[in-house]
Design a protein around this ligand. Structure first.
Ligand SMILES: Nc1ncnc2c1ncn2[C@@H]1O[C@H](COP(=O)(O)OP(=O)(O)OP(=O)(O)O)[C@@H](O)[C@H]1O
Length: 684
């Protein structure tokens, strides 16, 4: 089934275009456009029990007339409703049709958010139902889809209903045997049920099946990448070089045993017969970068080019500068680095392309700009990247010189148990740096509420007076209507009032131009800025060892894995470092989650404990893994489904390696479509 949306009632060119914006181009992709969340239609509650912030239903009678106010271009309709326990005022915006529908004495069920205005509770812009209509949807879960301007939730709901009503779904491709073994629902049940579940149980069953499908295709795709890599000839034979030994000898620190082991694995790979495809996994601050540099230098000394691709420009620049410094300190004259990023001007880019194509530049460091079509590499022997941009078919092709794919090294700081890593990174060999440099002092943590702020500020000042630097993280860039929480811009101003002017405070966030970000980051790295107020843009890999305090505002807003990454920005040097998790709201459970971070600095432990704390109700909450954004699945939460999918993939492939048997026809079709489209979204 791959019919055009245009055959559906009510879909013209305009709607078709809107759907294209959210990636829905035909009926199949419409059915796999899963809800982002669900609205639960629960029993109405009593007015006297209403609490600010809750979204609830109330069953009421209208006890006054309807008042209409025009506030600028907004028409506001207000009335008062009551049940046996109390009354509350209700407002709607721009809903002229309600003027005649809502009359004194009529009975309705209203469902909406309770807010506080001028000290009083009121319900704002609720949905409105007759009691009978509400009865019908009571206890159901209504889908909420990701939208784009001009496309409403209602339109999506209507069209999905239309497809489901008119077409007999025949999308099952999995043998009964697997469904029974792993308790999986039928796919023809799961698709309608993920959109319109009758209850939570149905939703969970549907989700389980569709997560399984998603993982199965992913694993089959990874297997097929692995085959391609294994078959590829190694056009870049290398031998170990003295230079790397010398560098290791003359570094200002000794490599840890774990770093040395992993380095020897990389060195062996590069000088072996087959191409390298290796993942290096190590907790934040474990010292992955130097290993990447050693591999690049070995590649270059063997006569090939090496590329390091970073996820952000700030990080690319940091790596570039570190590499330049290393080459200088070591008097290496054969390595010529170049930095290529999105903020280069067209002219700069052209010049750099020439340097790269002629191999005058042989150590190429940059961002995604590195895999643009116009970059012509010259004997590219090694590509190093991070886990989010693991190289898939397309990227590998882009970086292939005369048909020869390069060696690949992937760096990851995501703590993931080995059993899962083997599945997710099925196409890569895995090395683990399981030890932090010895002289590091463990970070001291605390979880506090906002009353602790003055103390935190004076602590920060003390550290700054000792020459250290501070990060403050806020969840938002600027104030945003309807969202509580600290924002970078206001917080920066606030701190400027708290601290004396000789303490320099700057902001950093994703809405800034790359150039501005670079200037700030460089000034911070050079110690010219003492406090950096930032969003999570500093999360990945930023390395300023002189920074010793990390304070996270509204820590409850972040996933634990993300907080662990943030905390990893301090404790990177010889000084004692501190992390202050500031909790903006006092819910007990959140505190319990944050206590996990308080107790441990070990990424593996944290990921495990986080998993234990979360139940099925959390399925649609914050994603923890931060890598491989599957549509529905989460590798931590759904680890058992991942395992089931992995076993199924092995069994299917052992019976039919190229999926050519008739019973695998549908699976094969899905896999090719998946490898074309979805893998790209996963950075593969
Ligand atoms: N064996 C070591 N002893 C002491 N310091 C080290 C050692 N190895 C690396 N370092 C230093 O530790 C800091 C962190 O290393 P690096 O930036 O490579 O971390 P990372 O593993 O990339 O972490 P992240 O995932 O957070 O980016 C750097 O300043 C680096 O120079």
């Amino acid at each position: 089934m791959s019919t055009s949306l245009r055959t559906l009632k009510g879909v013209g060119e305009k709607t078709e275009k809107l759907f294209a914006k959210i990636g829905v181009t035909d009926m199949e992709s419409l059915l796999s456009y899963y809800p982002r969340n669900y609205d639960a239609y629960e029993e109405p509650v009593e007015i006297r029990s209403l609490e600010e912030g809750a979204v609830v239903a109330i069953s009421v009678a209208v006890i006054t007339g309807v008042y209409v106010n025009q506030v600028r271009n907004l028409q506001v309709i207000t009335t008062t409703v009551a049940d046996l326990t109390g009354k509350i005022s209700v407002t709607w915006f721009n809903a002229p049709y309600l003027r005649s529908a809502v009359r004194k004495g009529s009975r309705f069920v209203l469902r909406g958010r309770v807010v506080r205005k001028q000290g009083k509770l009121q319900m704002e812009h609720p949905e409105i139902f007759t009691p009978a209509a509400y009865e019908e949807i009571l206890h159901s879960l209504q889908p909420i889809y990701g939208l784009t301007a001009g496309l409403s939730n209602k339109t999506i709901v209507k069209l999905i209903h239309q497809v489901l009503d008119e077409q007999k779904l025949q999308t099952e491709y999995l043998a009964d045997e697997y469904k029974e073994r792993y308790h999986l629902a039928d796919r023809n049940f799961a698709i309608p049920a993920i959109h319109f579940p009758k209850n939570m149980q149905e939703l969970l069953a549907a989700r389980r099946r569709l997560v399984f499908d998603e993982f199965l295709l992913f694993i089959l795709a990874v297997q097929s990448l692995k085959e391609k890599t294994e078959e590829a000839p190694n056009a870049f034979p290398m031998h170990p070089v003295w230079t790397t030994e010398q560098i290791i000898e003359s570094l200002p620190y000794d490599l840890t045993k774990a770093q040395l082991n992993v380095w020897h694995e990389i060195e062996r790979d590069l000088s072996g017969q087959a191409l390298m495809s290796r993942l290096v996994q190590g907790d934040v601050g474990s010292g992955k970068t130097i290993l990447a540099f050693l591999a690049m230098i070995m590649t270059v000394e063997n006569g090939y080019q090496a590329v390091l691709m970073a996820p952000t420009e700030v990080l690319a620049r940091q790596h570039f500068q570190a590499m330049e410094k290393l080459l200088q300190e070591q008097n290496i004259d054969f390595g010529h680095p170049v930095l290529l990023t999105g903020s280069d001007t067209a002219k700069e880019k052209r010049e750099k392309y020439v340097l790269i194509a002629s191999k005058e530049a042989n150590l190429v460091i940059g961002t995604h700009a590195l895999i643009q079509e116009k970059v012509q590499y010259n004997n590219l022997g090694l590509v190093i990247t991070d886990e989010q941009h693991r190289f898939g078919v397309k990227q590998r092709e882009a970086l292939t010189t005369m048909g020869n794919p390069p060696n690949v090294l992937v760096m990851s700081a995501t703590p993931i148990p080995r059993t899962l890593a083997i599945i997710i990174y099925g196409d890569l060999d895995i090395s683990v740096i399981d030890e932090l440099p010895a002289q590091r002092l463990p970070i001291k943590n605390c979880v506090v509420d906002t009353s602790y702020r003055p103390k935190a500020y004076s602590f920060m000042e003390k550290q700054i007076r000792q020459g250290r630097q501070v990060y403050v993280i806020c969840p938002m860039v600027e104030e945003s209507e309807g969202m509580d929480g600290e924002n970078v811009l206001d917080y920066t101003l606030k701190l400027r009032n708290v601290f004396s002017p000789d303490i320099k405070i700057a902001s950093l966030h994703g809405k800034m131009k790359a150039k501005e970000k670079n200037v700030i980051m460089e000034a911070f790295a050079a110690g010219e800025i003492q406090i950096l107020v930032s969003t999570t843009v500093v999360e990945v890999g930023v390395n300023v060892p002189n920074a010793t305090v990390m304070m996270v505002e509204n820590a409850e807003r972040f996933g634990l894995a993300q907080l662990h990454q943030l905390r990893g920005r301090v404790g990177r040097g010889e000084y004692q470092s501190y992390c202050i998790f500031m909790q903006g709201n006092g819910a007990k459970e959140i505190s319990k989650r944050l206590q996990i971070l308080n107790k441990s600095n070990d990424g593996f432990y944290i990921a495990g404990e986080d998993l234990k704390l979360r139940g099925p109700g959390d399925l649609f909450g914050i994603r923890q893994s931060g890598l491989l954004e599957f549509k529905l699945g989460d590798i931590y939460q759904d680890a058992d489904i991942l395992k089931a999918a992995s076993e199924t993939a092995s069994e299917i492939l052992s019976l039919d390696a190229d999926l050519s048997l008739p019973q695998n026809e549908e699976l094969q079709r899905r896999l090719s479509a998946y490898m074309k489209e979805d893998l790209q979204n996963l950075g593969l």
